[in-house]
Design a protein around this ligand. Structure first.
Ligand code: PMV
Length: 284
């Protein structure tokens, strides 16, 4: 029998990470990378097909799937823990696979409600931005406690530069919160940049400038580091109109907009042994 399949997409935050935790707006885009959950019927308890070292994964399965009857295959091309929404993509994929089993087509609100507790297993206090994008794709703005708003954005060529290090989102979010109120004006400005650009995502030059300003602000609130700053510099020196860390920071990835094409930056990254790939944003 063919497996039942559910999918959730990855994301990149254009503007507003950390600010969104404190009630400001963020803008994020879906990427073509994602996570697929395949349920293979079996005559036994529901369990993972492949070994996985993270015990939270088994817990996530038991929250969403029936206790009996499936071998669960997880396929993902999203790097884990790099701010690209891998745990939200998994949560949404699980919820969708379960719905497909029942022949249910879920609204966004239903996906959000069911995926949120799963995402909490991995993230403690998520703003909800990640699984809004995992469920909806495209470009959207998001403010905590409100429905995500789809936004117009013509696809732009981008390069993702990967530090290869996973940041601990819960720890970094807590470190920023501990620096309030000293960083409140920075968080406000990050939110204002998101609000301004949400209305004009087609202006790639202005978006690039906003990304550059956001990276500086993220550095000032203490979530960038030397390696991320170095990757941003590399991007700007090789054709990027704007680059910033994307996600929680202190590791993870840099997103660089390269409207004239990714090749110079990909070549410069390869020459330095930096892991990088090109995509378009939004890409779904
Ligand atoms: O999990 P990450 O690295 O994609 O970070 C999410 C963005 C934050 O604003 C830092 C946290 C959140 O829950 O929105």
């Amino acid at each position: 029998m063919s497996p039942v399949v559910g999918r959730g997409g990855g994301k990149l935050i254009l503007l507003g990470e950390h600010a969104v935790v404190h009630g400001h707006m963020a803008v994020a885009v879906g990427v073509s990378l994602g996570t697929e959950v395949r349920l293979h019927p079996t005559d036994g308890p529901t369990e993972l097909l492949q070994d996985h070292p993270d015990p939270r994964l088994q817990e996530a399965l038991s929250r969403v799937l029936p206790p009996w009857g499936f071998r669960v295959e997880i396929r993902s091309d999203l790097p884990e823990g790099r701010g690209m929404g891998s745990s939200a993509a998994l949560a949404v994929a699980l919820v969708r696979a379960r719905a497909a089993l029942e022949g249910e087509v879920l609204s966004f609100a239903a996906i959000h409600e069911r995926a949120f507790p799963v995402e909490r297993l991995f993230h403690g206090n998520p703003s909800g931005l990640d699984h809004a994008v995992a469920a909806l794709g495209g470009a959207l703005s998001y403010r905590r406690g409100e429905a995500p708003v789809p936004r117009e954005m013509p696809p732009v060529s981008a390069v993702v530069l990967d530090t290869g290090r996973a940041g601990n989102t819960a720890e970094i979010v807590a470190a920023v919160a501990a620096r309030r109120p000293a960083v409140d004006s920075h968080l406000t400005r990050l939110g204002v940049l998101a609000e301004e650009m949400a209305e004009r995502l087609g202006d790639t030059q202005a978006l690039g400038e906003a990304l550059n300003e956001a990276h500086a602000l993220l550095g000032e609130i203490g979530v960038s580091d030397d390696e991320l700053d170095d990757l941003v510099e590399l991007a700007r020196a090789n054709g990027s109109v704007g680059a910033k860390l994307s996600g929680a920071g202190r590791g993870g990835v840099v997103l660089a907009l390269v409207p004239d094409g990714p090749d110079p930056l990909l070549q410069a990254a390869a020459a330095r042994g930096i892991s990088a790939f090109s995509c378009t944003v939004p890409d779904k």
